[in-house]
Design a protein around this ligand. Structure first.
Ligand code: PLP
Length: 381
């Protein structure tokens, strides 16, 4: 028997408290009780997003919030700048293309994060850009962009340029200060740091973005932000929500509040540092030059079959890791530090990786990775 340790960067492990809440009988959602709960959930989401602005909850995966952000804030004929440094940056460009939104790419080398100077340069070259889209933590490469610096550059150009951020693997995992940094739209999905199954997506929408939303008619019915804002006035939803998951969300958000968002960020960062130290100790490279703290991508040593490694780790030790995506397929394994994951999950996963790597012929001293991780965790260094 093996205990499952789901350490993929989405879906992530769901705490028993949330699972039990979601196992209770389904209730109707057009009730005062639902609205009271949804009000609390929305306030807690504002805390997690660090915003006083509206946070909308949509029934759909993270991509539904991405699409809502685009159809809601980018009128036909407007031009967007899309940072592309991995699979999810590419997805934003694809969504723009699907809605005929003119867009230029700011291509970032895979494994690197976008820097403020790159955005400044692109905006200076093309003054017709009115929306900047950045993937904060690019899950496919495990690289992080300097969001605070990018927001500063965008805000210096005034209120007419919007900054849309994919926070799907950053919100609730690494520092995101939506209001303080001046970000206009931030999106996330339930199956990451919010510790739930896939199925809900959230968007924080600020005043500058609402002004844009109100300036034209969106081309989506289900994902038009206006409909969600209207219902939100009564803490209601325009269409039937996944109310069972919203109940689960009430539980996981309370867990985040009880821990404190800054402590959650610190725990996530500690586990990421421990993992990077372990990788170095066992002689495997961290892929990203600008590593995100919510997920790590570790390069496969010469001669090690990535899919065999993950399969054996899963079968023998119950640790479920992710492989690479796009051009990284077969070259990296990815391990999550977001959400319901703690020190022993991380040390356990590293130990499992070490044992299987050793068996597959990689030259390492068994326990050296776990020891390096333990040292970081024990010293909180
Ligand atoms: C950074 C990022 N953006 C977008 C997505 C897409 O979200 P979903 O698969 O929930 O639609 C993901 C999911 O892995 C992600 O990690």
């Amino acid at each position: 028997m093996n205990k499952l340790r789901l350490l993929t960067p989405g879906p992530t492990s769901v705490p028993a408290e949330a699972l039990l809440e979601m196992a209770r009988p389904v209730e109707h959602h057009r009730t005062p009780e639902f609205r009271a709960m949804f009000k609390q959930v929305t306030e807690d989401l504002q805390y997690v997003f660090q915003t006083a602005n509206t946070v909308l909850t949509v029934t759909g995966s993270g991509t539904s919030a991405m699409e809502s952000a685009i159809v809601g804030t980018c009128p036909p004929g407007s031009k967007a700048l899309v940072v592309r440094g991995g699979k999810f940056g590419e997805r934003w460009a694809e969504i723009c293309a699907a809605f005929d939104i003119d867009h230029v790419a700011c291509d970032v080398e895979w494994g690197h994060g976008a820097k403020p100077e790159m955005i400044e340069d692109c905006l200076s070259k093309d003054p017709s850009i009115t929306t900047v889209i950045v993937t904060h933590s690019e899950t496919s490469t495990a690289a992080v962009s300097d969001l605070e610096g990018i927001a500063r550059v965008v805000r210096q150009r005034g209120d007419d340029i919007l900054l849309i951020v994919d926070g799907i693997t950053s919100v609730g995992a690494i520092p995101v200060r939506t209001d303080q940094w001046g970000v206009d739209v931030v999106v996330t999905g339930s199956q990451k740091a919010l510790m739930l199954p896939p199925g809900l997506a959230c968007l924080a929408v600020g005043d500058r973005a609402w002004k844009r939303v109100d300036s034209f008619s969106s081309r989506s019915f289900y994902l038009c932000p206006k409909a969600y804002r209207k219902s939100m006035a009564d803490f209601d939803t325009p269409y039937t929500p996944n109310n069972v998951m919203i109940r689960g969300l009430a539980v996981t958000l309370k867990m985040i509040r009880d821990e404190g968002i800054e402590n959650v960020w610190a725990r996530t960062a500690l586990l990421a540092r421990a993992t990077r130290a372990a990788a170095e100790a066992i002689g495997i490279k961290v892929y990203a030059a600008d590593p995100s703290d919510s997920v790590s991508a570790l390069c496969m040593p010469e001669g090690i079959d990535e899919s065999k490694l993950r399969k054996t780790v899963r079968q023998r030790y119950g640790v479920h890791l992710a492989g690479g995506q796009g051009k990284l397929k077969g070259n990296v394994i990815r391990i999550s530090h977001m959400g319901y994951v703690d020190a022993l999950d991380t040390i356990g996963a590293i130990s499992a990786i070490e044992m299987v790597l050793s068996e597959m012929g990689h030259d390492l001293k068994l326990g050296s990775g776990a020891a390096a991780a333990m040292t970081v965790i024990a010293r909180r260094s």
